[in-house]
Design a protein around this ligand. Structure first.
Ligand SMILES: [Ca+2]
Ligand SMILES: [Ca+2]
Length: 252
C-alpha cells in the first residue's frame, strides 16, 4: 500500500528567516546499545530504562495486534545482560519475545557487531508482536530507512519467516512478509508532528509459527533540515511526499 503526507510550512513562512539546522539522526541499533552500556551496578548505567534512558525517543515492548496505539513496555524483570548465556547479547526478553543486541564490537553469537535482533511470539500467544517505538521529538519532515533480515534460512512446515510493519499513530504505513534468508527494506519521508509515534512491528509470518524467527532489524531516522531552498519551494506550493519501498532478495 502507498501513503502520502502533505507538508505545509506556514510556521516557517510566517517567521520569514529560518537559520540552517543540522540534521539529527537516530539509529535503532546504536541507540539501543548506547542504553545497554555500561552495565549495572555502574552508576552511569541506564540499561533498565524503557523508554531508552540515553535516547528517550525509543521504547521497546510488544502487543497482540499489528496496527494499534497500545504498547506494553518490557518490565525490569525482562532485562537480561547475558541472553542465552552470552554476555555480549543484552537486552529485553519476555518468553521468546526478544529485543536485544550484540553489544560488543566483534562478531558474537552469530551476530555482527551491534546487530539488533528482534523476535516475535506465535499467533497463539497473548502478545504476538514485537514493537519498537520511536516518538518524534519535534515537528518536521523525517527520512526513515528500515531493514529486516530474516536470519534463519531453514524452510519447511511453519518455517515461513516473519511479517514486518511500520505503523504511524496506530495506522499501518507499510506491511511486508520476510521469507527465510530474505531482507526487506523500506524508505521514505514522512511529515510528523511532535509526539507522533512510529512503531516498527514484527510478527511470526502467515504461518503464525514463530520458530526460527530471529530477525536483524535496523532503521535510521533523520530529521530533514530546513534550508533556504526548501523554504523557497515551500513558498511556491505544498510539497507532497510519497513513501518509496522495495523488496530485495539477496543471493542465497
Ligand atoms: Ca547491559
Ligand atoms: Ca515464522
Amino acid at each position: 500500500m502507498t501513503s502520502s503526507k502533505v507538508f505545509i510550512t506556514s510556521a516557517f513562512l510566517a517567521s520569514g528567516v529560518t537559520p540552517l539546522q543540522a540534521a539529527t539522526t537516530w539509529i535503532a541499533n546504536l541507540d539501543f546499545v548506547a542504553n545497554e552500556k555500561p552495565d549495572l551496578p555502574n552508576p552511569l548505567s541506564t540499561e533498565l530504562s524503557d523508554p531508552n534512558g540515553k535516547v528517550p525517543e525509543w521504547s521497546y515492548g510488544y502487543r497482540d495486534v499489528i496496527a494499534s496505539t497500545t504498547l506494553t513496555l518490557f518490565a525490569t524483570s525482562d532485562h537480561n545482560n547475558a541472553i542465552g548465556g552470552n554476555p555480549d547479547f543484552q537486552g529485553w526478553q519476555n518468553s521468546f519475545l526478544t529485543t536485544a543486541a550484540n553489544t560488543s564490537g566483534i562478531v558474537s553469537g552469530g551476530l555482527n557487531p551491534y546487530d539488533l535482533l528482534v523476535h516475535p511470539m506465535a499467533d497463539s500467544s497473548s502478545f504476538t508482536y514485537n514493537v519498537i517505538r520511536w516518538t518524534a521529538p519535534s515537528t518536521g519532515v523525517y527520512d526513515i530507512s528500515s531493514s529486516w533480515y530474516a536470519a534463519s534460512t531453514l524452510t519447511g512446515p511453519g518455517l515461513d519467516g516473519v511479517d514486518c510493519h511500520i505503523v504511524l499513530n496506530g495506522t499501518s504505513l507499510f506491511d511486508a512478509l520476510v521469507a527465510p534468508g530474505q531482507t526487506v527494506v523500506d524508505f521514505g519521508a514522512v511529515n510528523l508532528i511532535a509526539g507522533d509515534f512510529v512503531d516498527f512491528v514484527l510478527g511470526p509470518g502467515n504461518s503464525g509459527d514463530s520458530t526460527s524467527d530471529s530477525t536483524i532489524f535496523n532503521t535510521t531516522i533523520t530529521l530533514v533540515p530546513e534550508t533556504s531552498s526548501t523554504l523557497l519551494i515551500a513558498a511556491a506550493a505544498p510539497i507532497l511526499f510519497r513513501r518509496r519501498r522495495k523488496i530485495s532478495n539477496p543471493p542465497a
